[in-house]
Write a protein that binds this ligand. Structure first.
Ligand code: SAM
Length: 337
């Protein structure tokens, strides 16, 4: 198993299958146009599967497909089918905005997908349109319930909370998730990429989110799954299910981060807040052998020193302050969430 400078093993791989998205969420990719990755630079399913199988050899046992919007990638089920048969892989998951899920869930399930994360930040249709700026809430809800109908489990809802935008939706989202058996994950608003207008004032901390929920639905802490998951999990004391909070800003978890990311054009990235990646596609397309690719990947992980969120918090707590756009970061659309 590969370990980095801080002894963190490589266990998870997040694969962005496209940088395209049919939404323009204000907190993620607010602009109409980006410098899109040229289609011929996007990894093929064969290339993704080959790299994934090498990562599994390194000890990766969990893969998440993301984007951009992964369901925009044509025939995604073919990739799911290839990946789900990798021996050694214990968990294959997909993060989606849900808008195309109702029409695709059946083939995704047949291809081997067992669980799913769906992004949903509000149940208010007008607010949804303001945040997402394309598509509509009804399509996402249709996708969410289709996933339930087809027996995907767990179905996690990812809700990014932004002050003054949807912090008044926290309790509605909790009630909705409890009622329908979804596992809700609140995510602190992060300064991913350089396109959103993140400031610390827009952040609603884990502590504040939990205080609001606990006042209405008392909670008990369960902890982090496997000790290294991004989310700290809680259960409702009345048996009404569970809830998690991902507090990358106020309670960074870099010290237990076991995640690598593969961009849609084949760059290996070792932190969500990285400025650059390492080009693996060039190796693939220049005919490198598996051994040669492994020789490139190993030192990248072994020399990994990333602890961006800890450094951010240190800066926020120091007199220096922290200005998100002083740091160039790869956009979330290429990197995958
Ligand atoms: N298109 C898919 C979706 O909407 O779920 C997958 C890609 S999206 C980049 C992955 C996750 O990143 C989503 O759950 C989204 O809410 C989260 N995300 C995007 N921008 C974020 C931000 N600024 N802060 C926190 N989470 C963010």
């Amino acid at each position: 198993m590969l370990r980095d400078i801080y002894n963190r093993p490589l266990k998870d791989l997040r694969i962005s299958v496209t940088d395209r998205c049919n939404f323009r969420c204000t907190y993620c990719m607010p602009f109409d146009e980006y410098e899109w990755i040229d289609k011929k630079e996007i990894l093929t399913f064969e290339e993704i599967t080959r790299l994934a199988s090498l990562f599994v050899q390194f000890g990766v046992d969990k893969i998440r497909l993301t984007g951009g919007e992964p369901l925009l990638r044509r025939d995604l089920e073919k990739l799911i089918s290839k990946l789900s048969s990798l021996s050694g892989l214990k968990d294959l998951c997909l993060t989606t905005n849900g808008s195309l899920l109702a029409e695709k869930v059946s083939v995704l399930k047949s291809a081997g997908l067992r669980r799913i994360n769906i992004s949903l930040d509000t149940l208010n249709p007008e607010k949804f349109a303001r945040i997402r700026r394309r598509s509509d809430l009804a399509k996402v809800l249709e996708g969410l319930f289709a996933a339930k109908l087809y027996g995907l489990h767990p179905i996690k809802i990812n809700a990014v909370i932004e002050r003054g935008v949807n912090d008044d939706d926290i309790i509605d989202l909790v009630e909705f998730s409890r009622k329908n058996g979804f596992a809700l994950r609140f995510i602190e608003y992060m300064d991913v990429g350089n396109s959103n207008t993140w400031t610390s004032e827009k952040l609603v901390s884990k502590r504040e989110i939990l205080e609001r929920v606990h006042a209405r639905f008392p909670l008990r802490e369960v902890g982090r799954e496997m000790g290294s998951a991004p989310s700290v999990d809680y259960e409702f004391t009345d048996g009404g299910g569970e809830l998690g909070v991902i507090a990358s800003v106020t309670e960074p978890f870099c010290s237990t981060c076991t995640r690598a990311r593969l961009t849609a054009d084949g760059k290996l990235v070792t932190c969500l807040f990285s400025a650059t990646g390492h080009d693996l596609k060039k190796l693939l397309r220049n005919g490198a052998t598996d051994e040669e690719i492994i020789e490139v990947i190993s030192p990248i992980w072994e020399k990994r020193t990333d602890r961006y969120s800890h450094e951010r918090l240190e800066a926020m707590n120091s007199g220096r302050g922290y200005r998100a756009n002083d740091h160039r970061k790869i956009e979330m659309i290429s990197l995958g969430g």
